[in-house]
Design a binder for this molecule. Structure first.
Ligand SMILES: Nc1nc2c(c(=O)[nH]1)N(C=O)[C@@H](CNc1ccc(C(=O)N[C@@H](CCC(=O)O)C(=O)O)cc1)CN2
Ligand SMILES: Nc1nc2c(ncn2[C@@H]2O[C@H](COP(=O)(O)OP(=O)(O)OP(=O)(O)O)[C@@H](O)[C@H]2O)c(=O)[nH]1
Ligand SMILES: [Mg+2]
Length: 446
């Protein structure tokens, strides 16, 4: 799993700031701290102001030293923190001194990994810690804080308990006569299974809708050439990002930029115009637009209100209708010109012109983002968590049939599988490699 070396790293960002933190964890942490501070003791949990010295007894800095005595620390090992003056030099010099006394540099995520193996945190908490650093909005931070407080752990434990109850029943019914069991036990189990299925599906659905909360929601602008997609992008960004011209086919590839809408930071994607596929290159263009639609949380479909609705527009309406589970906003652009577009093909739409205020569109996007983020539903925050829930659901669904037909061995098999799937969210038992990959993605010093 990991060696028992004492590890050291700078915990704060590399740059100018008023304070930096150097963190040491491991059996020699206290000894090293005493040496570089020339203090004889440190009281656990008490802030101690101390000078820090190099090996030639020259003073490096004045720092606040915090000692956490094992096992009552973040990692579960002895931890010492030096809160020194900020900047790029001092913290690095302190690290160098600590290294001279036998510690080694921590790998990315190694503090969290040790916390995990010492049972201080489970994987949901580790993942939340890792993602909090990347969070780009208040909503994302609040969502992650819920997981940090154990919301997903509790969720997993409740399901585990139910599954263990079912397994216990199966054991008993194999060993004992049926009349010794509560008469409604079968109904109880079926009931529990239905509840778990609902719980897991709801969680997957809520998580899918909020996938963009951490990395940013994706909003794609699609439409046939020359309808004003790039003009709209520029207007949303408030600067001339994309080239605009009256020549159809101006934008050749997708352009992606970040912009803030309300409290959300979104990625907005301008695409090459979609034409009906007459040649191979254009087919590729359409394929790419379909992919963009698939990846987007919101699709803004643009039509030219100054032209009649032609085959190309109809093709786009077709594409949209294949994606009814997406939020699609239909916009009739160039409404400042004479309106010729046949609106009977559209159910609801916004009439807009990039010459005017585009606030109605921005509000609509914002409302959708708000409704997706402001909710009490629990959210999974990583692909790993989603896969585990999907696997759990898969096996529980498989368990239904043998339960009904009374093939209890099969039932127990699928429930055992599901138990392993759901447990892996908090604490996988056998998958060291996965853990190495996961913790390796953490920041240095975490
Ligand atoms: N200075 C500092 N600030 C920090 C951290 C840190 O490691 N150091 N954290 C790092 O991520 C976060 C806080 N998380 C922490 C979680 C547990 C413990 C800890 O010492 N736990 C002990 C004692 C618990 C108690 O007394 O309540 C334990 O769990 O036994 C420390 C920090 C954010 N701020
Ligand atoms: N009158 C009017 N003209 C517009 C409006 N929006 C865009 N245009 C003009 O329409 C032309 C095409 O605009 P673009 O933004 O380049 O269109 P596009 O959809 O990105 O085009 P492609 O990149 O070729 O697919 C330009 O001459 C714009 O100035 C609008 O709301 N009203
Ligand atoms: Mg364009």
């Amino acid at each position: 799993m990991f060696d028992d070396a004492t590890i050291v790293a700078i915990a704060t960002a590399n740059g100018i700031g008023s304070i930096s933190i150097v963190r040491i964890s491991g059996v020699n942490a206290l000894e090293i701290a005493k040496k570089i501070s020339k203090k004889n003791t440190f009281q656990p949990r008490l802030a101690t102001l101390s000078y820090i010295y190099d090996e030639n007894n020259e003073t490096i800095d004045e720092a606040i030293v915090l000692y956490f005595k094992a096992p009552f620390s973040f990692t579960g090992e002895d931890v010492v923190e030096f809160q020194c003056h900020g900047g790029v030099a001092i913290a690095n010099i302190i690290v160098d001194e600590v290294l001279k006394y036998g510690a080694r540099l921590a790998n990315p995520g190694e503090f969290s990994k040790r916390a995990f193996f010492n049972n201080k945190i489970d994987l949901t908490k580790a993942e939340a810690i890792s993602k909090i650093i990347e969070a780009r909005s208040a909503d994302a931070v609040k969502l992650l804080a819920r997981q940090l407080k154990g919301e997903l752990t509790n969720f997993v434990n409740e399901i585990r308990e139910d599954l263990l109850f079912m397994l216990a029943y199966t054991e008993v019914s194999i060993d004992y006569a049926e009349e010794d069991l509560p008469s409604d036990i079968f109904d109880q189990i079926e009931n529990k299974i239905q509840k778990i299925i609902l719980k897991l599906s709801n969680t997957l659905e809520a998580s899918r809708r909020r996938e963009g909360m951490i990395e940013g929601f994706k909003v794609a602008i699609i439409g046939k050439p020359n309808v004003g997609k790039s003009s709209l992008l520029n207007k949303l960004l408030n600067y001339d990002r994309a080239i605009i011209s009256d020549i159809a086919g101006t934008t050749r590839d997708t352009i992606e930029e970040s912009v803030r809408i309300g409290t959300h930071i979104i990625k907005i994607v301008d695409t090459a115009g979609i034409r009906t596929a007459s040649d191979i290159i254009e087919k590729i263009g359409i394929e790419k637009s379909i992919q963009t639609i698939n990846e987007a949380d919101i699709v803004i479909a643009l039509f030219d209100n100054s032209k009649i609705c032609d085959d190309e527009d109809k093709k786009i309406l077709e594409l949209i209708n294949e994606n009814l589970n997406k939020e699609i906003i239909k916009v009739l652009n160039k409404s400042d010109l004479e309106n010729k577009f046949d609106k009977s093909n559209l159910m609801d739409f916004i009439e807009l012109s990039t010459k005017e205020d585009i606030n109605p569109l921005i509000k609509k996007v914002e409302n959708f983002l708000d409704s997706n983020t402001h909710s009490d539903e629990m959210t999974l925050i990583s692909k790993r968590q989603v896969t585990s829930v999907e696997d759990t659901l898969y096996n529980i669904n498989l368990a239904k049939e043998p339960l009904v037909s009374g093939e209890l061995e099969f039932f127990a098999h699928f429930i055992t599988e599901a138990l392993g799937n759901i447990s892996s969210i908090t604490r996988p038992y056998e998958n060291d490699e996965m853990l190495d990959v996961m913790f390796g993605e953490f920041c240095l010093g975490k």
